[in-house]
Design a protein around this ligand. Structure first.
Ligand code: PLP
Length: 429
């Protein structure tokens, strides 16, 4: 496969952009490769600078649930952009977005738009601290909540992939207020809360983790978080940046029936434009400026292009049968891969909720970051390389989720399974 143009672009980029990329996970360092530069994408296909076509399971790391360049989203952006790209003043589109979000997720009584998932979680933590008057927060190993200082502790995503324990530049005095516990460890949560519950402003969690690969909450885990936070006057924050509108229209909280105090959103709600949001109970959200004293602002927040793209996407997701159809495709892919792995004698653990999934190259169940780390990373690397060679574009890390979109057809899913079967045979040896 000719990837010369990508190679020469990367050569230029690496001199003037750190690592040649604007976000670490894109660099493909952990799989020992250079990134592909993307020219365009349509539906479930993505095309690199050399014109190679791949079936895409990255979906821009989550947002592209309709596939790429969906006509409804593109039309909305075109129409709205003619009217001006930013006003720094309220618009009807922001009201419509807030209405749609609060209708979709009943725990959101009020919502504030921001520009990224990082901003959403950072602001939610500030809000939780402001409301409770407490400084300490609890997170979980392998969960990624963006790159804000207080949250870069035992984090997932690129931090996990590059095996960075923390980050230089984050003051120890900040991190002192962040406790990181093993995901799904109910006893650890109970123990810390019984000893230090009064200090804890909030527990923040990915209700289905996606940033150490896809890891599901075990029975009772989310329930315990809800009970313990309630008991000790702490707030429960669901970081649904990845799971919101992905695992169900109402997010993971709809799937598992747990009501958090604050929810963070991003990715899908922007239709592929930069966006984030956080919201929750009215009496909590009323602490946000200018209604309350907790300050949070943004020049481009609620940007009309992002609102229009997000609204257009949400309208498609509301159509009857959308998530049933996506579930069918996702199950077909997951079942097919599982069978192919089994046939080839490859040991793998499949975790999936709806269209979000990870195949871990381990024979153990994966319920935590430590479990995920039992995966054979050399084998993952070989699998990744083989799949790419066969025209399948996967996230370049064992510790990431893959996404199916509504644009993936039976034909492409079958092509993917056949490609995997071929690769499994080759990497078995
Ligand atoms: C992607 C992600 C973030 C960060 O969002 P950005 O828009 O990249 O800042 C935060 N939390 C979760 C769960 C994510 O998946």
């Amino acid at each position: 496969m000719n990837q010369e143009k990508s190679h020469s672009l990367f050569h230029k980029a690496i001199n003037i952009i750190p690592g040649g990329v604007n976000s670490p996970v894109r660099a493909c360092k952990s799989v020992g490769r250079e990134p592909l530069f993307i020219e365009c994408a349509k539906g479930c296909f993505i095309f690199d600078a050399d014109g190679n076509r791949y079936i895409d399971y990255v979906g821009s790391w989550g947002p592209m649930i309709l596939g790429h360049a969906h006509p409804a989203v593109i039309d909305a952006i075109k129409t709205v952009s003619e009217l001006g790209t930013s006003f720094g003043a309220p618009t009807a589109l922001e009201v419509e977005m807030a209405e749609r979000l609060t209708e979709a997720i009943p725990s959101l009584e009020m919502v504030r738009m921001v520009n990224s998932g990082t901003e959403a979680t950072m602001s939610a933590i500030r809000l939780a601290r402001g409301v409770t008057g407490r400084d300490t927060i609890i997170k979980f190993d392998g969960c990624y909540h963006g790159h804000a200082d207080t949250l870069l502790v035992e984090a997932g995503s690129g931090v996990a992939t590059l095996d960075i324990p923390g980050s230089p530049g984050v003051p120890k005095s900040f991190v002192r207020h962040t406790l990181s516990l093993p995901y799904n460890d109910i006893d650890a949560v109970k123990q810390v809360m019984s000893g230090r519950g009064k200090e804890i402003a909030c527990i923040i969690v990915e209700p289905v983790a996606g940033n150490m690969g896809c890891v599901l909450p075990i029975n009772g885990f989310l329930e315990t978080l809800r009970e313990e936070t309630q008991k000790h006057g702490s707030l429960l924050i669901f970081d649904e940046v990845m799971t919101g509108f992905r695992v169900a229209y109402g997010g993971a909280q709809a799937v598992y029936g747990i009501t958090p105090d604050i929810t963070c959103l991003a990715k899908i709600i922007g239709g592929g434009l930069p966006v984030g949001a956080y919201g929750g109970k009215r009496d909590i959200m009323e602490h946000i400026a200018p209604q309350g004293p907790v300050y949070q602002a943004g020049t481009l927040s609620g940007n009309p292009l992002a609102m229009a793209a997000g609204i257009a996407m949400l309208k498609e997701l509301e159509k009857p049968g959308f998530y049933d159809d996506l579930e069918k495709k996702s199950r077909k892919l997951s079942d097919g891969l599982k069978q192919a792995a089994q046939d080839a004698g490859i040991k793998a653990t499949f975790n999936r909720v709806g269209s979000m999934m990870t195949m871990f190259f381990t024979d153990q169940p994966v319920n935590s970051f430590n479990d995920a780390k039992t995966s054979d990373l050399k084998r993952f690397r070989a699998y990744y390389a083989g799949m790419l060679e066969n025209g399948i574009y996967l996230a370049p890390s064992q510790f990431e989720a893959g996404f199916v979109s509504s644009a993936h057809g039976d034909k492409e899913i079958e092509e993917t399974i056949a490609a995997a079967a071929d690769v499994f045979k080759k990497i078995k040896g």
